[in-house]
Ligand binder design. Structure first.
Ligand code: GLV
Ligand code: MN
Ligand code: MN
Ligand code: MN
Length: 394
């Protein structure tokens, strides 16, 4: 069986703690190689699609397949389970099904989606959004990482042809149903004292970059009254985000990254980029509209300017209820949970019946090193996934 222990040393981040694994970096390439080796060891046929997602086929590839999988990349300083658990569980589910003498009656594949976290190019679920055409391919190719490399350049360096990227109807036709197993990113299962849940919905969510511009200057020589310091409206936006989320039913707003330019302790910044993540069951965009108005006011008070770019947005996803209830039937009435986190399954749900299994996380923490799943629950997750796949592919 392949387990998370196999990849525990790949992409560790001693500075941040946890793992930093971003599309096409050394760690992510090693993870791809590990996955290909694991798939080949099981006799699966591996292909990488035009959008650099990896597909491993049990038997002949074909349309209307049962597909399971997740992603191997992480956020900066992320946990060990978000993504990889869905991949190791998929491989283990195949081992379990084989040990039971099961032969799929339908095409069957494990998929690893590229750049799910958007950790390098800023747009989450990039591999599945390209596959479905939910991001324009030209826009995707022009996305830049912090070093200024475009996604197209990174694809070339990886050995892929960026001209081929974009909506892939042939690959989409192959997906009959998609089931993604994932660590729960909250404590719903802890409170319910259950190991496994089925997903109900995903909050509408998006990412925005607020770029405040002022005048770079000397921290000691510039009188307070003479400053146009873009860090001030940036700080006010952080506070406003919290207040706006508090006032919105089920809303969440987070500034997880602020990048001052040039970024020196004794330098008044000339520009500050504030990255906002906003989510809500219904009104995520309205929250951001309010914050945009507030950001413009705060910028003007300091003699600064602001421009706002939407990096990504997806409406609330409701998973296919027929598939969900069929899976709950297999899993002894596993509870249904809403997800505050985004997933490739949520992208595919617009096109294909998709479902998710969540596995209990005793800390309830995710996108941080404290994310955890007990071994026993990992096992229960793989067994549950095997049962679900047998039901769908039998
Ligand atoms: C993905 O994990 C997200 O919801 O940010
Ligand atoms: Mn994540
Ligand atoms: Mn994930
Ligand atoms: Mn000086």
């Amino acid at each position: 069986m392949s387990t998370l222990a196999d990849i525990a040393d790949i992409g560790t981040d001693p500075r941040r703690g946890g793992y930093s694994r971003h599309v096409f970096d050394d760690a992510e390439r090693q993870l791809r190689e590990w996955f290909v080796e694991q798939a080949q060891r099981r006799g699966l046929g591996v292909r990488t699609d035009a959008n650099t997602n990896i597909w491993a086929w049990w038997g002949e590839p074909g349309d209307d397949a049962v597909v399971t999988g997740s992603h191997l990349d992480s956020v900066p300083g992320g946990g060990a389970f978000d993504g990889p658990l869905g991949v190791t569980s998929a491989l283990q589910a195949i081992d379990i099904l084989r040990a039971r003498g099961f032969h799929p009656q339908r095409p069957f594949a494990v998929v690893v989606f590229a750049e799910e976290e958007g950790g390098r190019f800023g747009v989450p679920c990039l591999g599945s959004k390209l596959l479905t055409g939910q991001i324009d391919a030209d826009r995707a190719r022009a996305l830049r990482d912090v070093d200024g490399n475009t996604f197209a350049e990174a694809m070339v360096a990886f050995g892929a042809d960026p001209r081929r990227s974009g909506r892939d109807d042939a690959a989409l036709r192959r997906i009959g149903q998609f089931v993604e197993l994932h660590v729960e990113q909250g404590k719903g299962l802890v409170h319910q004292e259950r190991p496994i849940a089925v997903a109900d919905s995903i909050l509408g969510h998006g990412r925005w970059r607020f770029r405040f511009r002022g005048q770079g200057n000397h921290a000691g020589a510039t009188l307070i009254d003479d400053r146009r310091d873009p860090m001030l409206p940036a700080a006010q936006l952080v506070l406003a985000a919290r207040r706006t989320a508090e006032a919105s039913a089920g809303g969440r707003a987070t500034v997880g990254s602020i990048v001052p330019n040039p970024g020196g302790t004794n330098v008044i910044a000339s520009a500050v980029d504030v990255y906002l993540d906003a989510r809500a069951p219904r009104r995520a965009r309205e929250m951001v509209d309010e914050l945009s108005a507030r950001a413009a006011e705060c910028a003007a008070e300091e003699g600064c300017e602001v421009d706002i770019a939407e990096e990504s947005f997806g409406d609330t996803v409701h998973f296919d209820t027929v598939l969900r209830d069929r899976i709950r039937g297999v899993l002894d009435g596993a509870p249904a949970l809403a997800s505050g986190a985004g997933h490739d399954a949520g992208i595919l749900a617009a096109e294909r019946p998709s479902a998710m299994l969540f596995v209990r996380n005793p800390t309830g923490i995710s996108h941080a090193p404290e994310e955890h799943v007990e071994d026993d629950d990992c096992q229960k997750g793989s067994l549950a996934l095997a049962d679900v796949l047998a039901e769908l592919a039998g």
